[in-house]
Write a protein that binds this ligand. Sequence first.
Ligand code: NAI
Length: 303
Amino acid sequence: MTISFAGKVAIVTGAGGGLGRCHALELARRGARVVVNDLGGALDGSGGSSAAAEKVVAEIKAAGGEAIANGASVSDDAGVAHLVKQTMDTWGRIDVLIANAGILRDKSFGKMELKDFEAVMAVHLMGTVKPARAMWEIMKAQKYGRIVVTTSSTGLYGNFGQTNYGAAKASLVGFMHSLKLEGAKDNIHVNAICPVAATRMTEALLPPAIQELLKPEYISPAVAWLASDEAPTGLILTAAAGVFAAARLEETDGVNLGHAATAEDIAAHLGEIADWSTAKPYGQGGEQNAKFLAKIQDKPIIG
Ligand code: NAI
């Protein structure tokens, strides 16, 4: 199997540097016409210029690919509308969205100002939602779309000092799980990449020897696959340094304690309630609800 993006148009947000640049180069190398979006601001989201995006466009063109630059902020309504219009005016379709743009405003929760929380939510969550929404009807009309959201180990598992970033990155997993259901009948697949890579976002955290191992270009094959014709839908693919794994939410089978169950009864039966050997994932929320209705047929333990 050879994965090709010939004839496809891809928008990669935050592609002026770091991971997004590598994703844009990889998609272009495989034949996609690429819109390189980047606000070109600082790590905390301040400032901005389209120079970063233009530089990556020049790199793609030098390698024989096709690309255009866009300097909009993904959280700005007018900017996102322009991003979609510019793409449609230039190439007439949008097949792939790689929602990669991101910022950091790390602080322990007690020291974090609400504006730092809101700014991070605005870029990661709404900066994914707004472009996806603006191109949704286009993808539906085409009966084709591939959306890759960018989550993080912080979103899946937490990290000290990153309540804002963790909430934003976890929210993208929830977004993906519902959107995959809505996109299924129109061949729109939605997946999540969970990378670890040495970029300006992580340079303060990683020693130089480790940074060498964690090149951002090692993530882009995973993104290319998640955005391809052959892509699954609803997968969280984790990736670093050539190592790839899958992550998912699971729930235990549970026990029917009965209507008389008290808080003390729950504590007493936690071993059975949280018996992870019985855990499995669900394709959608309704499957969990159906499990509850099936479990009430079991004889209640308490009564
Ligand atoms: P980076 O800082 O090099 O790249 C982020 C890019 O997004 C920058 O070029 C920045 O200008 C752009 N950007 C920021 N706000 C924007 C906005 N409002 N509109 C358009 N562009 C904007 O960082 P990196 O590491 O490449 O991050 C890429 C994505 O991967 C982010 O979503 C990040 O949260 C995520 N990620 C990165 C990890 C890592 O180990 N580097 C780990 C987990 C997730």
